[in-house]
Ligand binder design. Structure first.
Ligand code: AP5
Ligand code: ZN
Length: 216
């Protein structure tokens, strides 16, 4: 299964990608997570990405495309993958198509997660993430057992730099201007499946699985 998750910031792409990748036994490839790991590790890639991420802008395509190409060339992605956060604009989608064609393959499905902008602001302002295992929580909708600590290993949860309200609003604009055109692009390719990403996490997962099965 080669799948892509598309949706505005806070739609639940990371949350669903983690669950779906495990259930489908494929690696989750999250460009946002890879960038954040590079920023906290102080790598060259992290230095290139940081200023764009802090503003809520897209990292330049040549940086992002090269990173994804390397990641998809790793052994564990040979049998399939779930992309979370890539592609993010039509040129990246064209690049991905070319990369997969070079590997003799193509995407199976692009799952669009739909949620309205007010819900996004509520979700992102309450988001907390684990620096150790990457699990994402919400202070109200998906709280850890002990406030501020990860259920898995007890690490102190943190709030993302780009989850301040004005940066969230800017990321939403970037989504509308640059990413939303992908919906039409993939619909034209016959790959698009759209689900409502509201309601409990488990219900969204069930909808996602049904939509993916239908496209298989
Ligand atoms: P990225 O990390 O991809 O951020 P994003 O797209 O803005 O998405 P988020 O991670 O904010 O949200 P999500 O949809 O994963 O939601 P989550 O599951 O966490 O990108 C960050 C930056 O990196 C970009 O701005 C850009 O600079 C750069 N970048 C990344 N990819 C790039 C690319 N391809 N090209 C260029 N630049 C790129 O959920 C959010 C919250 O809601 C959580 O608290 C969660 O617990 C809660 N929640 C989830 N589901 C539900 C539910 N059903 N009900 C209630 N709450 C829920
Ligand atoms: Zn953790």
């Amino acid at each position: 299964m080669r799948a892509v998750l598309v949706g505005p910031p806070g739609a639940g792409k990371g949350t669903q990608a983690q669950i779906l990748a495990e259930e489908l036994s494929i690696p989750k490839v999250s460009t946002g997570d890879i960038f954040r790991a590079n920023v906290s590790g102080g790598t060259e890639l992290g230095k290139k990405a940081k200023e764009f991420m802090d503003r809520g802008d897209l990292v330049p395509d040549e940086v992002t495309n090269a990173m994804v190409k390397d990641r998809l060339a790793q052994d564990d992605a040979a049998g399939g993958f779930l992309l979370d956060g890539f592609p993010r604009n039509v040129p990246q989608a064209e690049t991905l198509k070319g990369m997969l064609a070079d590997l003799g393959t193509r995407l199976d499905v692009v799952l669009e997660l739909r949620v309205d902008e007010e819900e996004v602001v509520k979700r992102l302002s309450g988001r907390r993430s684990c620096p150790e295992c990457g699990r994402v929580y919400h202070v109200e909708y998906d709280a850890p057992r002990e406030a501020g600590k990860c259920d898995n290993e007890g690490a102190e949860l943190y709030q993302r730099e780009d989850d301040r309200e004005e940066t969230i609003r800017h990321r939403l604009k970037v989504y509308r201007d640059q990413t939303a055109p992908l919906v039409e692009f993939y619909s034209g390719e016959g790959l698009l499946a759209t689900i409502a990403a509201t309601g409990p996490v488990a219900e969204v997962t069930a909808r996602a699985k049904a939509a993916i099965e239908e496209k298989r």
